[in-house]
Design a protein around this ligand. Structure first.
Ligand code: GDP
Length: 311
């Protein structure tokens, strides 16, 4: 891949896609193709085929997906399965038909069995049952991995996959019913501080452990994978350590400046107990996360504050 290569970043308005675009642009790549979902509905096979035929991208970062937190995953089960499968089959097949040189598909750490040993190694895929709250999303993402593997073995396509851990950073979704925990709690603590509320409700027991990676660190990993990795298997991309939702809540309250009470609502689902990934294969390619959790959250809160002054 050189600075003039024609690169399509699918999902460039989302948190992951926009971070990849920032990183590619900052690294000197000048020939990026970007389409909003209004311009190109990736669930529509004909539109995707026409787009690939006309544009002939050489490299594809497949960061487009229907994503959400535990609540959205659990409620919109059909949409999470259908939309993600449709995006994957349309883009991967069109990439093959139009001789894309390399494609990177982005999955998620929720592909692993809910009781898999920790830290999660790539070979634990499909060794047990999935966590039910996000099973449809996980099934779609597993299908994406398998599509890349099958297109490689049957057609010789250089299609690879990366499995990022829970992500946060600029352009996250702050909708309280659909978002992930970190943006949701930034918003809740900020609103409570601003309104003078004495308590904030955190879903679940606070006991689940989660690993959080700043999306800019993921973007750097994606470029390394595109430039250096042509292997069959997918690679984990994680931060390397995790934190309980309870400790995360106290950290966020501290950063935001909320001094009231934190109440754990145990009527809400906890989801997976723990999903810390083993990212040693990714690290062997020369990648390391650079943004610490406290720094990353402080930066993210600053951007949130500037963007959502009204909340
Ligand atoms: P998950 O990693 O797929 O389970 O996705 P989430 O980021 O949505 O949730 C992670 C954990 O944070 C779960 O145990 C949630 O119950 C917990 N959590 C606590 N408060 C919240 C909240 O306000 N929103 C969300 N999405 N999760 C929360």
């Amino acid at each position: 891949m050189n600075n003039n290569s024609k690169i399509y970043v699918a999902g460039h308005r989302g948190m992951v896609g926009s971070a990849i675009v920032r990183h590619l642009t900052g690294s000197g790549f000048t020939n990026l193709i970007l389409k909003t979902s209004a311009e190109l509905d990736l669930r529509n096979q004909q539109s995707v085929n026409d787009f690939f035929k006309n544009e002939k991208p050489e490299y594809v970062f497949l960061a487009a997906a229907k994503v959400g937190g535990i609540n959205a995953n659990n409620i919109y089960r059909a949409e999470f399965l259908y939309d993600n499968l449709a995006i994957e089959i349309n883009v991967i097949e069109a990439a093959k038909q139009n001789s894309v040189k390399k494609l990177l598909f982005l999955g998620s750490s929720c592909i692993y069995p809910k009781s898999a040993p920790q830290p999660l190694k790539e070979e634990y895929l499909l060794t047990g049952i999935l966590e039910s709250t996000n099973e449809p999303y996980a099934i779609a993402k597993i299908a994406g991995i398998k599509l890349c593997e099958a297109y490689r073995s049957q057609y010789g396509c250089n299609f690879i996959s990366a499995m990022p851990t829970n992500l946060y950073g600029p352009n996250d979704n702050y909708d309280l019913e659909k978002s992930h925990v970190l943006p949701a709690l930034i918003r809740k603590f900020h609103a409570a501080k601003t309104n003078g509320s004495s308590e904030v409700i955190v879903w679940g027991s606070g006991k689940p452990m989660r690993e959080f990676l700043h999306v800019d660190d993921l973007a750097a990993a994606c470029l390394i994978l595109m430039q250096k990795y042509d292997g069959v298997g997918f690679l984990n991309v994680g931060f390397g350590s995790d934190i309980s939702i309870s400790d995360l809540s106290f950290l966020l309250a501290d950063i935001v400046g909320f001094k009231g009470k934190i109440v754990f609502d145990t009527s809400r689902a906890d989801g997976t107990v723990r999903k810390l990934m083993d990212s040693s294969k990714m690290q062997a390619l020369g990648w390391q996360p650079k943004i610490g959790l406290k720094q990353g959250i402080s930066d993210t809160y600053k951007i949130f504050h500037e963007q959502f002054l009204h909340i």
